[in-house]
Design a protein around this ligand. Structure first.
Ligand SMILES: *Cc1c(COP(=O)(O)O)cnc(C)c1O
Length: 355
């Protein structure tokens, strides 16, 4: 595939002025990738100025949530080069999410080219301080204007980007959600689709009123096993070893989760992927056997958990951030930012483009 570069791109890139404070995911790069699927095939993609979409109010995505997305980062590395972190994992996950919602897969080659193209043209926008990055958001929507409940026959694929500061979630207070679930058995919990997040918002709104930051979701069948947070996977350090819920079908398989499992092995930590009963974990924290808990995802990498709140009583973690979370976070960021060897071949270099 060759990507058509719109003639306005050069001017948009030249005219862009980043504000003093970037925040995370709030400043959008001035260009975006777009491709359209119609009559059973994808158009050639194009790099165009960033801007609002024209969308028919009857578009299926607006009614039936035929939409999935990805979240990934490009880093400016210490030698000045630009590196994408495991983009093929995001390509494959997006293909999985698309299939689950009866949407056409984005061919892996097109996904990777689109992400590389946006990264290349936005390279000069990538901030250089440790933890800063270009956050990339691929997005697929079904846009056929038709109110019948069936799969759309027209789709649009976008890649937008946001030059971002480090995502500081601080130490998180999480609340055990014992009533709602974010994902059903046999539902879409293991796909990165918009509906999962809509389903999580009520719980988060309620716990914020109680002074908490995030919901800790439990197994939808019996509300006994820990699953994850609304956009991050869960780990605990028990007796110096790492424990994380094994994939259940309703847990989203995070790229960060997968990377930490691999990395932990090389740092000498044993990792257990298993069913994690929430009440057992509370007891292990109470007795001091569980010394750390944290959430992980692309945005924050690792967010230490300070308190786990429950209707009956709440427990506090003794070390926030603890030594294991701190070591894992630095080890991963060192690979991403080029301070350490990349024994897994996770980083893919992107040559900056000049418009
Ligand atoms: C995106 C996401 C994660 C984290 O995935 P990463 O690939 O590590 O960013 C975890 N849980 C949910 C529900 C998510 O949407």
């Amino acid at each position: 595939m060759s990507i058509a570069i719109s003639p306005e791109v050069a001017e948009r890139l030249r005219g862009f002025e980043a504000p003093e404070r970037l925040g995370f995911g709030s400043v959008m790069a001035p260009v975006m990738f777009r491709a359209v699927y119609q009559d059973g095939c994808w158009s050639g993609g194009e790099l165009i100025p960033y801007g609002p979409l024209q969308i028919d109010p009857a578009a299926k995505v607006l009614h039936y949530a035929q939409t999935c997305f990805e979240g990934m980062k490009a880093y400016r590395r210490v030698d000045g080069s630009i590196g994408l972190f495991r983009p093929e994992k995001n390509a494959r996950r997006m293909a999985y999410s698309a299939r689950r919602l009866c949407m056409p897969e984005i061919p892996e080659g097109m996904f990777l080219e689109a992400v590389r193209c946006v990264t290349a043209y936005c390279a000069y926008l990538i901030p250089a301080a440790s933890g800063e990055s270009l956050y990339l958001r691929p997005l697929l929507i079904g846009t056929q204007p038709d109110l019948s409940v069936s799969a759309s026959n027209i789709y649009e694929f976008y890649v937008i980007a946001s030059p971002s500061e480090a995502y500081h979630s601080g130490n998180m207070r999480v609340w055990i959600e014992r009533d709602d679930t974010r994902a059903a058995l046999g539902g879409t919990g293991d796909a990165k689709v918009g509906g999962n997040y809509a389903a999580s918002l009520q719980s988060v709104a309620q716990l914020k009123a109680r002074g908490y930051d995030q919901s800790l979701w439990l197994s939808p069948s019996d509300r006994k096993q820990i699953e994850e947070l609304s956009g991050m996977n869960f780990f605990a350090v028990i007796d110096g070893q790492l424990h994380t819920p094994k994939l259940s079908g309703s847990i989203l398989e995070g790229v960060t989760r997968d990377s930490l499992i691999e990395l932990a092995g090389t740092l000498g930590y044993r990792v257990h992927e298993r069913e994690m009963d929430i009440d057992d974990l509370l007891a292990l924290i109470g007795s001091g056997t569980c010394s750390e808990a944290f959430a992980c995802g692309t945005a924050a990498i690792i967010s230490p958990i300070s308190v786990i709140g429950d209707a009956g009583h709440s427990v506090s973690l003794p070390q926030v951030p603890g030594p294991v979370s701190t070591a894992l976070r630095s080890a991963l960021l060192d690979i991403q930012e080029g301070r350490a060897e990349d024994p897994f071949g996770w980083m893919q270099q992107v040559e900056p483009a000049s418009p």
